[in-house]
Design a binder for this molecule. Structure first.
Ligand code: GLU
Length: 484
């Protein structure tokens, strides 16, 4: 019988969901979907000081927006569902306690009475002697009597896991191969803090095992935690899952992607006007590619082709230019009605919804090729619905000698002209140029500027058709009046 693939994303809710976390979510989701498995979302909120409900909300909204549905995990900020509920770690403390007691009973974990000052001193000395700054194990060998005496003095303790002191721990990683860690360079990790309870490395192992996670895919900053986690699996008599540690994401200058490279939070990308599909496609390629170096993927393509083993070891570089290009491609592929639906929040914010004026579908279709971001849509189309505002360049065009006569002449020429349609309008306006002995530019520029307030924009005659006779005539007259 083959085991069903189960993957998970396990964020600590101490901030927004950043690009790295989004990629980790996506890879876990893709792998689960590819293998008909389950994708679990678990909230690692054991750091009670830094964890916030706002952050949980931001993480849930981000993953939902990305379109990556989870099969088990939170329903909202407090409740969850699935066969291994709860999926909020702070609701699982009794489970961790039980396993802690087992390790202590079996002599695999021990009480450490060292104070913060003693630990700081240990670190200082290690630095001085150029040794790795790690706990020296001084509480490992305390006798029962010594422990009793310390506790009689009111000494508080944390619990440390006993790492083997020799040999190596091998982390079998799908991306990196077998990674060897010398045990004598590892330290006895605190698995239960004096006051705050269980720590990440401990809870993570217990949950991944009890939630039957088969593949742990996460950022490579966790590779160094993995030998301790593997030893905790062994100590509890369990088999570790398959690990995959994803390479780092860098900014264009080669340093770790951060705020100073621009937006790092998923919701910022939503607010800038990226499509969820663009993000899925782009993030999939941030550390993975297929043999043809294909760029544009449907979800079905990604699901059928994505493989953890195909992920790269070397860091990936976040490239906003490519991301924007991809977004433009997907916007062009999106049918207009759907595009308007996706752009609704932006249109609403710009006050463009429900206004009288030309048909929104026709207007959006007119500029469809140009949008790279949903947020650009209002700016590029607002003149169809709002009073014309003339840019300084547009003003200059209208100030050209003869422009006013051209506009008034066009009002006459078009007021009864039919059909008021693209091709017919072009023929009529070209004829107007001939009648007046003007070059096309001397007419086309003022007319565009008068109706839109801009010197650049959609294809001219189709724009006039979509605006309709009344709007065109009113704007030609309005612009001519400004020139008095
Ligand atoms: N809570 C950890 C984090 O947010 C998860 C690490 C893991 O995936 O094991 O970094």
């Amino acid at each position: 019988m083959t085991t069903k693939v189960r993957t998970r994303f396990a964020p600590s809710p101490t901030g927004f969901l950043h690009i790295g976390g989004a990629r980790t979510t996506l890879y876990n989701w893709l792998y689960a979907r590819r293998h008909g498995g389950a994708f679990v979302l678990r909230i690692e909120d054991t750091d009670e000081v830094r964890s916030t409900e706002d952050s949980v909300t931001a993480i849930l909204r981000s993953i939902e927006w990305l379109g990556l549905n989870w099969d088990e995990g939170p329903v909202d900020e407090k409740t969850d569902k699935g066969p291994h509920s709860p999926y909020y770690q702070m609701q699982r403390v009794a489970i961790y306690r039980k396993h802690l007691d087992q390790l202590i009973k079996e002599g695999k974990a021990y009480r450490c009475y060292c104070t913060k000052e003693e630990l700081d001193e240990m670190r200082r000395l290690a630095q001085l002697e150029k040794r790795p700054p790690r706990y020296d194990g001084r509480c490992r060998a305390l006798t029962d009597a010594q422990r009793a005496a310390l506790e009689a003095q009111g000494k508080k303790f944390s619990i440390r896991f006993k790492m083997p002191q020799d040999g190596v721990t091998i982390v079998d990683d799908v991306i990196r191969g077998k990674v060897h860690f010398e045990n004598n360079l590892q330290q006895d990790l605190v698995i239960w803090k004096t006051t705050d309870g269980p720590t990440y490395n401990f809870c993570c192992v217990i949950d991944d095992h009890l939630m039957e996670i088969t593949h742990v895919t996460r950022g490579d900053e966790h590779l160094s935690n993995t030998p301790s986690q593997v030893q905790i699996y062994y100590a509890l008599g369990w088999t570790p899952p398959v690990f995959a540690h994803l390479s780092m994401i860098l900014g264009p200058d080669g340093s770790k992607l951060s705020k100073r490279h621009g937006a790092t939070s998923v919701l910022e990308y939503r607010d800038q006007g990226y499509l969820p599909h663009t993000m899925r496609n782009y993030l999939a390629l941030l550390g993975w590619s297929n043999s043809e170096s294909q760029q544009l993927f449907t979800d079905a393509d990604l699901i059928s082709q994505f493989d953890l083993a195909g992920c790269q070891k070397s860091p990936a570089t976040f490239d906003t230019v490519k991301l924007q290009w991809m977004n433009g491609e997907y916007i062009r592929q999106t049918p207009v009605a759907e595009l308007i639906e996706l752009a609704k929040p932006f249109l609403e914010k710009a006050g463009l919804l429900g206004l009288p004026g030309p048909d929104l579908k026709q207007v959006v279709a007119l500029e469809h090729e140009k949008f790279k971001l949903l947020s650009e849509i209002p700016t590029l189309i607002e003149f169809f619905y709002k009073p014309v505002e003339f840019t300084p360049k547009a003003d200059k065009v209208l100030q050209a000698p003869g422009a006013k006569d051209v506009l008034l002449g066009l009002v006459e020429a078009l007021k009864d002209f039919a059909p008021f349609e693209d091709k017919a309008l072009e023929t009529r306006i070209r004829k107007f140029c001939e009648e007046k002995g003007l070059k096309p530019g001397q007419v086309f520029h003022p007319i565009r500027t008068a109706v839109s307030g801009r010197t650049e924009g959609p294809t001219l005659f189709l724009m006039l058709e979509i605006m309709g006779r009344d709007m065109v005539l009113a704007r030609l007259k309005g612009a001519a009046e400004r020139l008095k």
